[in-house]
Design a protein around this ligand. Structure first.
Ligand code: ATP
Length: 480
């Protein structure tokens, strides 16, 4: 996949109402995006699929929807105030901020494209210095390599320093607040509420979908890295001695879930272990996806052990210990943390195709899994006369409460098909003159473009059968 493809994808997402730059009328706001009419439908379908995969397929997983604003001590206990930092370097001339490790990595990738030995040597020195938190050596690398500011082309760099990624909100009357950088803390802080109110017994999980906020310095790559994004997280509470068993289990289950989105996606995925661990984790791995700009993390699976519950017990002075299985203990936690926006981008990148047709023309088609498509079916009249629009509208009205459908008659039938292909609608149903005589319509499939006649009464059942979540959930239930 190329840069050219990525630009095409961003433009397609805008033209077809999936994603718009936020605050566009005022020139936009860096690293924030809005989801348009088709975007929000796709996003909701992804959420529903993830939510059902967690809560229907695992009877010991329940949900929560915690608030974004939380008591500021939460962030002391979680370690985010002290340790949720990125490295930062400023260029005094351009007044731009950069992540020093990314400056070095990108420079080396370009400069030593054909000298992998030199590249590896520099990257290994960078990795060693980062591990030792040796910021002086990271700066020395920038100086030795003579890396310039990409805009001003000068080397007028400041020292490297740490930068906390949480957004702080000034709160005149009380302590300052933070916008949450992960949804997980709303789960930990409700651990006892949920355990007691739902009579949960270890092992059990709590799932949550919600917004998170990070003041990303190097926010680029469209919706891949934003300052406001959505996470789908699940914290699974276990007996400490079962850490490895459940860590392996969730790694396997989550990887399988991604692969099952579409078998073709296999070539897009890999699973890799973390080189360096976050402040809260004792083991971690990433599910990576081959985005248009290379392999990058889409979901993290982490063993957080008792890091969070223990710290909350210490800071809040409330009991997080439980008595079960004849012992008194703080449960360990395995976390699965998926970025909804990254999955959205992954789906767009792997589904958006330009196909050459037999007549030499190109059609643009979004080959999303049917159950995630924003619109499940489109209903058209072949022509806008002789009562065909009325019949088509009647069919639409009769089944619209069961499925997300569109009715369209604004263009010629060929153009209507192309538009539905471009937004990924699996089926189009066209009312023609035979419909008047036989109560049948043509049904066109997005992927094969083949058409067949079906009875009007069949439309709803076919949409349900082919585009509902039932089939995929049944398949996934075999792996749990
Ligand atoms: P990265 O290394 O790419 O910054 P991370 O390791 O900090 O990601 P986690 O803290 O593990 O990410 O968060 C879990 C998931 O949340 C990630 O796998 C990703 O899908 C998503 N995510 C994290 N940061 C962002 C962001 N700025 N924009 C969009 N999604 C994000």
């Amino acid at each position: 996949m190329s840069n050219h493809f990525f630009e095409f994808l961003i433009s397609h997402a805008k033209v077809y109402g999936f994603i718009f730059p936020s605050s566009e009328i005022y020139g936009g706001l860096n690293a924030t995006y809005d989801y348009g009419p088709h975007g929000v439908e796709l996003k909701n379908n992804i959420k529903e699929f993830w939510w059902k995969s967690m809560t229907l397929l695992h009877e010991n997983i329940v949900g929560v929807d915690s608030s974004i604003l939380m008591h500021p001590d939460i962030w002391n206990a979680s370690g985010h105030i002290d340790k949720f930092n990125e490295l930062l370097i400023d260029n005094r001339d351009s007044k731009k901020r950069y992540r020093p490790e990314i400056l070095i990595q990108e420079y080396v990738e370009k400069k030593f494209l054909n000298n992998s030995e030199k590249k590896e040597k520099i990257l290994s020195r960078l990795s060693q210095s980062l591990k030792k938190n040796d910021l002086i050596d990271v700066k020395a690398l920038i100086d030795e390599l003579c890396i310039c500011d990409p805009i001003e082309k000068t080397k007028n760099w400041t020292d490297i320093r740490h930068f906390n990624m949480m957004f702080k909100i000034k709160n005149e009357s009380e302590k300052d607040l933070y916008l949450r950088p992960e949804t997980a803390q709303g789960i930990f802080s409700n651990f006892q509420n949920i355990r007691k109110s739902n009579r949960m017994k270890i092992p059990f999980g709590i799932a949550q979908i919600g917004k998170s906020f990070r003041n990303e310095i190097f926010a680029r790559k469209f919706i891949f890295r934003m300052r406001e994004f959505e996470q789908m997280e699940m914290q699974f509470f276990i007996l400490p001695e079962e850490e490895i068993k459940w860590y392996e289990y969730w790694r396997k289950i989550r990887f399988k879930w991604h692969l099952e989105l579409n078998l073709e996606y296999k070539k897009y995925y890999k699973l890799s272990d973390h080189d360096s661990l976050s402040h809260y984790e004792s083991a971690g791995s990433d599910i990576e996806f081959y985005f248009p700009f290379g392999f990058q993390e889409i979901e993290g699976i982490h063993s957080r052990r008792d890091f969070d519950l223990k710290n909350h017990e210490f800071f809040s002075k409330k009991k997080f210990r439980i008595f079960e299985y004849k012992k008194n203990y703080i449960p360990y936690v395995i976390e699965t943390s998926l970025g909804l926006d990254r999955l959205f981008l992954a789906l767009l990148s792997s589904s958006l195709k330009k196909e050459k047709l037999k007549n030499g023309k190109i059609r643009i088609v979004l080959k999303l899994p049917y159950y995630l498509s924003p619109i499940k079916g489109a209903i058209f009249p072949l022509v806008q006369k002789d009562g065909l629009p009325e019949i088509a509208k009647k069919i639409f009205n009769e089944i619209k409460i069961h499925h997300r459908l569109v009715y369209d008659q604004k263009e010629s039938i060929g153009k209507l098909y192309r538009r539905q292909d471009a937004i990924g609608t699996p089926f189009c149903f066209t009312v023609d003159y035979d419909t008047i005589k036989t109560d049948t319509v043509t049904m066109r499939n997005r992927d094969t473009m083949k058409q067949k006649r079906i009875h009007i009464k069949e439309i709803s059942r076919i949409i349900e059968q082919e585009t509902g979540l039932k089939k995929i959930l049944l398949k996934l239930s075999c792996f749990t």
